[in-house]
Every structure is written in structure tokens, then in C-alpha cells.
Write a protein that binds this ligand. Structure first.
Ligand code: SF4
Length: 378
């Protein structure tokens, strides 16, 4: 599987840089001076938002986020539900949860003086400066660490994501994916490191990200505009559609029931913990169930209230939703109780926490579109 690395021609890399200087899109996380080191915190946030999300979607989210959480200290002091609200719509909430955890860790290290921490001129904490330290933080993998080190600290560090995999697969006619084996992964990283082995790594990396997004696209790459057109094997052999090879897409169907439990004083039950999804944030109770399950109060609902208090149970509709590999279809069951909501209720037995939220505040309270889709059926 191992592929010999040929030295990337310096002239080709210059083409890449020239192309990028002419074509770089105006993005809120990009400075007008492409050679200026970027804010490591902003690189971290933008690159994490951009994982599995389009640039066009991320733009506004990034601007709003930086306005509310302009630095690590502000973010570390924020409430998790508020952070989720600023993330709502970007999906993959574990990214937001990890960002908050990491901000707290870095901020704590600054307070403790427990790590030789790089501080900005204004004495604010910023990101670590080594790959090892960065990759030890929650949610920061090899790609994000490489992006922070190269774009912010101008270190000769490589990045590898889906865009770069597509470019390398076509450039070198690689008929395998990095996910296939350790050797395969190493081959792709070797190509990435070769391009980053330069004082201009920051611009090579960013140019490759842009090239993958705008020119070497999944369908119909625009090879005529590409700085690699004279050396790209897939383009020269007219085989761009063959690379990268396709992978089998595994998606799991998941059918479930979401409970909207309402008290007589119009409060909705929210639960934290003990659920299949959204384990670390408040959500509506939900569980896996059969399609067309028989009517009545599901046994799982009995955990939350005494069934003698129920005045009505009604299926108010269904919605579709995707979470990671789960292709979900959920029935929404509205359960009306005859009693008032208790002020607060912790359940030590079941390791979850319950809160009752005013119906009119529920849209604002729940920080995930899964719950909002269920509530929209009310
Ligand atoms: S020449 Fe075409 S296929 Fe090759 S890297 Fe450029 S855009 Fe992609």
C-alpha cells in the first residue's frame, strides 16, 4: 500500500500559492493579509464549525459566536445551554460540548499556572503551541491541531481532511481511502506533510482547503482552473470521476418515540441524562420503539410520573431527523397530566435530572433541532 513520495515540485507549490492569492474568498475568519498569523482561538472555532458543515452555513454562525464569545475566558465562563444555542443548526453537538470543555481546561490551566501557557499581549489565554498538547484536548484531532499550528503559529505542520484526501487521491491516482488501513492513512499524511514541509505551510494548507472546496469539487472538478492541472494524474488521464474511490455508506434506521409531557400549569418536562441521544444536555424524553406501536402510555414514560395523573395521551405527529449514522423517524406523543409541575425534581435512582419548562419558553430552552421538531407539532 505504501506509495513512494516524490518531491512536490517547488514551481507547482508556487502556482498553488499564486492561485490562492488571486482566488482566496473573503471569509470572516480569514485576514485580508494572507501572510499574517491568525488568532489561534478563531482558527480553532472556525475549523471545528467547518467540520461536516458548509462554509456558507458557518459564516454567520462564526460571526455571531465571536461576537458573544470573543475569547477563551468568555467562552469558559458560559453556560452549556447558551453555548448549544449558539451552535443550534450546525449539528453534531458533541463538537460544541468539546469546545466548551476545552475552553474550561485552558482557562483553568491559566488560572493554576499549571502549564507553560502562551498568553496574548493582553494576558488572555490562548491555544497550546504543540501538536501533542493540542491533540490531548477534547475535540481537537490531527486536522484541527495542524490547522491551528500552521495558520496561527506558522509552524510547518500538515492538515488532512476530506477535501485534501480528494485532492491527493486525484493528484497521485490513489485508488484507496485513508480509512482502509494504517498504511493507507500514513500515505495520505505523508503527502500532506510533504506540502507542509515549507515555511509557507500556512498558505499551502489554506490553499488546499480552498482548492478542495471551490475547484477540486466532488463532482465535476474544474481542472482548467487548477494549479495542479499539469501534474495531476487523474486529470491527465481523464479519470477524475474514479478518484477518490467510493466508500460504502452505512446508515442505520432508528425508529423512536419522543414524549412531550405537559403539566396542568402548561409546563413541559425536560430531562438531562439517561437518554439515547443528547446525553449531556436537556432534551425531551425519547426511546427506541416499534413503528405503529400500540396506543396508550408507554412503559418508559412511567419513569417520569404517576400514570394515575394522566388525563390524555395523543400521538400528535411524526418527524424525521438524522443524528450521526442514525436515520431517524420519531412519533411524538403528547401526554397531558392533571397535576401542576413540581418546582424541581432530581432523580438519584435513574441518574437523570428533570426540569419543568414553561410551554412558551420551551422553544428557547431546548438547544437542539430534534426537540424543536417535536415541539413544533404541539
Ligand atoms: S487537476 Fe482537477 S482533479 Fe486534479 S487536483 Fe486539480 S481540480 Fe482536482
Amino acid at each position: 500500500m505504501s506509495v513512494a513520495i516524490k518531491n512536490m515540485d517547488k514551481a507547482i507549490l508556487k502556482h498553488l500559492r499564486d492561485w490562492f492569492r488571486k482566488s482566496a474568498a473573503d471569509l470572516p475568519w480569514r485576514l485580508s493579509d494572507l501572510d499574517a498569523p491568525r488568532d489561534p482561538y478563531a482558527v480553532w472555532i472556525s475549523e471545528t464549525m467547518l467540520q461536516q458543515t458548509q462554509v456558507s452555513t458557518v459564516r454567520d454562525y462564526f460571526v455571531r459566536w465571536m461576537k458573544r464569545f470573543p475569547d477563551i475566558e468568555t467562552l469558559a465562563a458560559a453556560d452549556e445551554n447558551e453555548v448549544f444555542r449558539y451552535w443550534q443548526g450546525l449539528g453534531y453537538y458533541s463538537r460544541a460540548r468539546n469546545i466548551l470543555k476545552t475552553a474550561k481546561i485552558i482557562n483553568q490551566q491559566k488560572m493554576d499556572g499549571s502549564r507553560r501557557l502562551r498568553l496574548q499581549d493582553d494576558n488572555k489565554a490562548t491555544m497550546p503551541t504543540t501538536r501533542k498538547e493540542l491533540e490531548a484536548l477534547p475535540g481537537i484531532g490531527a486536522y484541527t491541531a495542524g490547522a491551528i499550528l500552521s495558520l496561527a503559529y506558522h509552524q510547518q505542520e500538515a492538515i488532512l481532511d476530506g477535501n485534501l484526501v480528494r485532492i491527493f487521491s486525484r493528484l497521485y491516482a490513489l485508488d484507496f481511502l485513508p480509512t482502509e488501513s494504517k498504511d493507507a492513512l500514513k500515505t495520505y499524511w505523508d503527502y500532506a506533510r510533504e506540502i507542509a514541509d515549507s515555511p509557507k505551510a500556512y498558505i499551502h494548507n489554506e490553499a488546499l482547503m480552498e482548492l478542495g472546496r471551490t475547484v477540486c469539487k466532488i463532482k465535476n472538478p474544474d481542472c482548467a482552473s487548477c494549479p495542479f492541472q499539469k501534474v495531476c494524474r487523474a486529470a491527465l488521464e481523464n479519470r477524475t470521476a474514479e478518484f477518490p474511490p467510493s466508500k460504502k455508506h452505512i446508515q442505520k434506521d432508528w425508529h423512536g418515540t419522543v414524549l412531550v409531557i405537559e403539566s396542568s400549569d402548561h409546563k413541559i418536562l425536560a430531562i438531562h441524562g439517561g437518554q439515547k441521544f443528547f446525553k449531556n444536555q436537556f432534551t425531551l424524553p425519547h426511546f427506541e420503539s416499534q413503528r405503529n406501536a400500540t396506543a396508550g402510555i408507554p412503559a418508559q414514560a412511567e419513569t417520569y410520573f404517576n400514570t394515575d395523573l394522566v388525563t390524555s395521551v395523543q400521538c400528535i405527529g411524526k418527524f424525521k431527523h438524522n443524528i450521526t449514522v442514525h436515520k431517524m423517524e420519531c412519533d411524538v406523543l403528547h401526554i397531558q397530566l392533571r397535576s401542576k409541575a413540581p418546582v424541581r425534581n432530581h432523580s438519584a435512582k435513574t441518574a437523570h435530572e428533570i426540569q419543568w419548562i414553561k410551554r412558551e419558553e420551551a422553544q428557547e430552552f431546548f438547544a437542539n433541532s430534534f426537540c424543536l421538531k417535536a415541539l413544533a407539532l404541539l
